[in-house]
Design a protein around this ligand. Structure first.
Ligand code: CMP
Length: 138
C-alpha cells in the first residue's frame, strides 16, 4: 500500500470552471497536495501519457480531448491513496458513479469524465514522474 497517487483535472472540468470545487473536494477528502501544476498537453504528450490505451477504440478521441484545453496535474498524499482516491472520484462512467463522488458531481460522460486517478501504485509513480521533477514535489 502506497500513500501517494496522481490526478489530473481534465479539460472539460477546467473549461467549465470546476477546478476550484474539485480541488476543494479532494482536500476535504483528506488528501494533501505534494505537487501541482496548471498546464496543457500537446497531442503527442497526451498520446504518450495514455499509451497503455493505444489499441482501444477510444484512444484517438481520448488524445484529442486531453490536449484540447488546460489540465491541472497533481500528486496527492493520504494513507491508501490509490484506492481511496478512486473511491472519491467514482466510476469511470459518471452514469455509474456513486452519489457525491467527483465524477457524479462534475462529469458529463465516460470520455469527458472530469478527473483522472491512477489505478495502481506503480502507475501513480510513473504518472507523477511524467509531470514532475524532484524539485517540484514536496
Ligand atoms: P481515465 O481514468 O483518465 O483513464 C483512461 C480514460 O479513457 C478514462 O479515464 C476515460 O476518460 C477514457 N475512456 C475510457 N473508456 C472510454 C470509452 N468507452 N469512450 C471514451 N473514453 C473512454
Amino acid at each position: 500500500m502506497s500513500n501517494r497517487t496522481f490526478t489530473m483535472v481534465k479539460p472539460d472540468a477546467t473549461g467549465k470552471g470546476y477546478t476550484g470545487a474539485i480541488i476543494d473536494q479532494i482536500i476535504k477528502g483528506g488528501f494533501s497536495i505534494k505537487a501541482m501544476k496548471w498546464t496543457k498537453l500537446t497531442k503527442e504528450q497526451a498520446g504518450e501519457f495514455y499509451a497503455v490505451h493505444k489499441e482501444r477504440g477510444f484512444y484517438a478521441e481520448l488524445v484529442e480531448f486531453m490536449s484540447s484545453g488546460p489540465i491541472v496535474a497533481a500528486i496527492l498524499e493520504k494513507d491508501n491513496a490509490v484506492a481511496d482516491f478512486r473511491k472519491l472520484i467514482g466510476a469511470t462512467n459518471p452514469a455509474n458513479a456513486e452519489e457525491g463522488t467527483i465524477r457524479k458531481n462534475f462529469a458529463a460522460s465516460i470520455g469527458e469524465n472530469a478527473v483522472h486517478g491512477s489505478d495502481s501504485d506503480e502507475n501513480a509513480a510513473i504518472e507523477g514522474n511524467f509531470f514532475f521533477s524532484f524539485l517540484e514535489r514536496f
